[in-house]
Ligand binder design. Structure first.
Ligand SMILES: Cc1ncc(COP(=O)(O)O)c(C=O)c1O
Length: 382
């Protein structure tokens, strides 16, 4: 029987983990190792938790079912997941990637992947013609975020998948901002999907984790080996927290995006606000592409205000909203990307992208929308 995404979030693919106890909550197999029955007969699947563990496997199967993936590997952080993906490549390989990416990914490219011999070409992936123009015989992958962090630029996933296929490259999509509830890149032709599970999948601002979901089973096996060789796999307890978080992903995403739209519409009307970047607003340049390839606009938005003084005043005066730099949890957060999430991007690149000192990013949470607006209103007042 095929299951809808709401049902998959609650039950996973298999309804119950068959340990003979019929527990509703997946047990936490808090063990480093499992006994071997006798010499030459290792237990079928589990013998050492860095390699595999029943709690983590149940989580990985659940995430695979949400993303329509052949397999998933759960990591100790989103950055560990992205690092492992780049281990699939060889020195001399070239990756074409969005110029607007999460700052940690930029730092990974600059400080580690370049040293490892990967070449990077940064382009505005919102324009497929520029992606195609950047492709060379050495290009082994296209790496995108859509909507991107923090400018909310939208990239056409199917168009990039077609370009990647034409040039024999992989398409890798960071799907953190919309989560599998709102967007499934593999169905649009992507080969690899990455997530910071710390965000919407975990959903409670209490666990760091990451995922790599793969369309191809053999590549998934390669990635599993990379993960356990690096020792970056997710612990049993954190796996359980993720399983618990995912159960409410659909209702959390619905509420966050309902609140985000209300706040985006309110922000647009404020005299101190110069521009609102929310992919759910019809005037957003990526609105049509996002509507075509996803089931919603999510809970992330950014905006610019009239001066850096106004931006700093908002950060200083918010009471209900927290000045902090994560996203995807129940609590609404406001971030100053120039010195927080994107501090590792060079000042010239930040200026070019629009990450100025009057630019703010918000992760809209699950509170009452009117309470959030009241807080923003008092914070904006001089
Ligand atoms: C889009 C995106 N990808 C990846 C990451 C890295 O995830 P983590 O902090 O779980 O390592 C983040 C973190 O903010 C992010 O926003």
């Amino acid at each position: 029987m095929s299951r809808s995404i709401e049902t998959l979030c609650v039950h996973g693919d298999s309804h119950k983990f068959h340990d003979g106890m019929d527990s509703l909550s997946m047990p936490i197999y808090q063990t480093a190792a499992f006994g071997h029955p006798d010499l030459g007969h290792s237990p079928d699947r589990f013998y050492y938790t860095r390699l595999s563990n029943p709690t983590r496997t149940h989580l990985e199967e659940t995430v695979s079912s949400l993303e329509g993936a052949a397999g998933t590997v759960a990591f100790s952080s989103g950055m560990a997941a992205i690092t492992a993906v780049f281990e699939l490549f060889q020195p001399g390989d070239r990756i074409v990637c969005s110029e607007d990416l999460y700052g940690g990914t930029v730092l990974l490219f600059d400080s580690i992947e370049k040293k490892n011999g990967l070449e990077l070409a940064l382009v505005d992936t919102a324009q497929p013609a520029l992606v195609e123009a950047a492709m060379t015989p050495e290009t082994k992958a296209i790496y995108i975020e859509t909507p991107s962090n923090p400018m909310m630029n939208v990239t056409d996933i199917a168009a990039c998948a077609a370009i990647a296929k034409k040039y024999g490259a992989l398409l890798i999509v960071d799907n953190t901002f919309l989560s599998p509830y709102l967007q499934n890149p593999i169905a649009l032709g992507a080969d690899i999907v990455v997530h910071s599970g710390t965000k919407y999948l975990g959903g409670h601002n209490d666990t760091i984790s990451g995922f790599v979901c793969l369309a191809d089973k053999d590549r998934c096996e390669r990635l599993q080996k990379i993960a356990y060789t690096l020792g970056a796999t997710l612990s049993p307890f954190d796996s359980w927290l993720m399983i618990r978080g995912i159960k409410t992903l659909p209702i959390r995403m619905e509420r966050a995006q309902e609140n985000a739209l209300a706040i985006a519409l309110w922000l647009k009307e404020q005299p101190q606000v110069r521009k609102v970047y929310y992919v759910g607003l019809p005037e957003h340049p990526g609105y049509a592409v996002n509507a075509k390839q996803s089931r919603g606009a999510g809970g992330m938005l950014s905006f610019t205000v009239d001066s850096s003084e106004t931006a700093l005043r908002i950060l200083d005066k918010v009471k209900l909203i927290t000045f902090a730099e994560s996203l995807g949890g129940p609590e609404t957060l406001i971030t100053f990307p120039a010195t927080q999430t994107h501090a590792d991007v060079s000042p010239e690149d930040r200026e070019k992208l629009g990450i100025t000192d009057s630019f703010l990013r918000m992760s809209i949470g699950l509170e009452n929308a009117q309470d959030l607006i009241t807080d923003l209103k008092q914070a904006m007042e001089p």
